[in-house]
Design a protein around this ligand. Structure first.
Ligand SMILES: NC(=O)c1ccc[n+]([C@@H]2O[C@H](COP(=O)([O-])OP(=O)(O)OC[C@H]3O[C@@H](n4cnc5c(N)ncnc54)[C@H](OP(=O)(O)O)[C@@H]3O)[C@@H](O)[C@H]2O)c1
Length: 333
């Protein structure tokens, strides 16, 4: 409870102070993937800003790819850009075929070119009613773990050869893992148990703890050898589809949604502000790999998230899991 209070207080203080902004960088010649870029999300703003700075961006979502693509292009045209440097593609991180298919499509479209992978897509179910029973994905894994961590690991693993080639060729490739301040809800002990966490906030936090471990391990394994660096990011508490899901249907529901949107926008960051740390990590020349960033600066994650032996063990376990998937691709590492 005291921790929740201090987090809320620090969030409110931060809201009242100037939001740090990423400094524009020329991203021409950089190829970027941003997962989870639906309208009104942090990923949408991340993709839009990076494309606006000249990067060739592939943005993904699950449900409405045409809407995401047209919205992104419309926003780019508003600033006088052509929008031709952004493409949308469907990607469902819970579906191994979708991940493999996306990776194969990307490799064919952009051979040997992937400078930045932004693992941003994520879910947080039952935020207001965090039931005391676990939620499962179709294949039986706890749903936050399956989507936010295992899915992102699978995608990264499938794209590793491209990231490594781009790191060697350009001396700078990166993976930016969008984590969360909620990674502190649980400790490392829960990473290696088959028991699914019951409280959805704990399950979400565990997946975000794993995203920090993944970033640290990429840095350790490939930082020096391939110039492939990785960091984890907490975007802040941001008003998106995740924090304000569309809970109600019909005319009444729309009205309720509009009122609650207006109220929450007073206390949460906008997606544009929430994208700044990710954008900074995807673009700045002076990134320090293996770190955790918040408000466009290095921050201190939990001690558990910095345990190297655990990062290594989790990587090995996840790699083993990926190799058991049907039609695993890219396994040359
Ligand atoms: N908002 C916050 O306060 C906050 C705080 C800390 C961390 N974060 C993290 O920031 C990231 C972005 O969240 P957000 O707030 O922008 O949420 P959001 O608006 O709900 O966007 C989430 C994105 O992830 C995609 N997605 C959902 N399930 C997926 C799956 N199975 N495979 C691939 N993509 C999937 C969604 O696509 P569809 O729309 O097509 O389903 C959407 O594009 C997440 O990792 C979240 O955990 C957010």
């Amino acid at each position: 409870m005291p921790q929740t209070f201090s987090k809320t207080a620090s969030h409110l203080i931060q809201l009242c102070t100037r939001q740090p902004m990423a400094t524009p960088v020329d991203m021409t010649d950089r190829h970027v993937i941003v997962t989870g870029a639906s309208p009104n999300s942090i990923g949408f703003e991340t993709a839009r800003i990076l494309a606006g700075w000249g990067a060739t961006v592939v943005a993904t979502c699950v449900r409405n790819v045409p809407l995401m693509e047209s919205s992104l292009k419309d926003e780019l045209r508003k600033i006088g850009a052509s929008g031709n440097n952004i493409t949308a593609h469907r990607l469902d991180l819970c579906d191994p075929d979708s991940v493999n298919g996306f990776a194969a499509w990307y490799r064919e479209k952009h051979p040997d070119k992937l400078h930045v992978l932004v693992n941003n897509a994520g879910i947080h179910r039952k935020t207001l009613t965090p039931r005391k029973e676990p939620l499962f994905a179709e294949n039986g894994r706890e749903i936050h773990w399956r989507t936010n961590y295992l899915g992102a690991f699978h995608l990264t693993w499938a794209l590793l050869p491209l990231l490594q080639a781009s790191g060697l060729e350009s001396a700078d490739a990166r993976v930016v893992n969008v984590s969360s301040g909620l990674h502190d809800r649980v400790g490392n002990d829960y990473l290696f148990t088959d028991m699914a966490l019951c409280h959805s906030w704990d399950a979400y936090g565990l997946s975000k703890l794993a995203m920090i471990h993944m970033a640290c391990e990429i840095e350790r394994r490939f930082g020096e050898s391939y110039n492939l660096h990785a960091v984890a990011v907490h975007p802040g508490v941001v008003m998106t589809n995740l924090t304000l899901p569309y809970a109600f249907r019909g005319r009444m529901g729309k009205a309720v949604h509009r009122i609650s949107s207006a109220l929450t926008s007073l206390v949460l960051l906008s997606p544009y502000a929430g994208a700044q740390t990710t954008v900074m990590c995807a673009s700045t020349k002076s990134l320090q790999g293996g770190k955790y960033y918040e408000r466009c600066a290095i921050a201190e994650p939990t001690a558990d998230s910095q345990d190297e032996a655990v990062s290594k063990r989790l990587w090995d376990q996840s790699e083993h899991w990926v190799r058991t998937l049907p039609n695993a691709v890219g396994n040359v590492h």
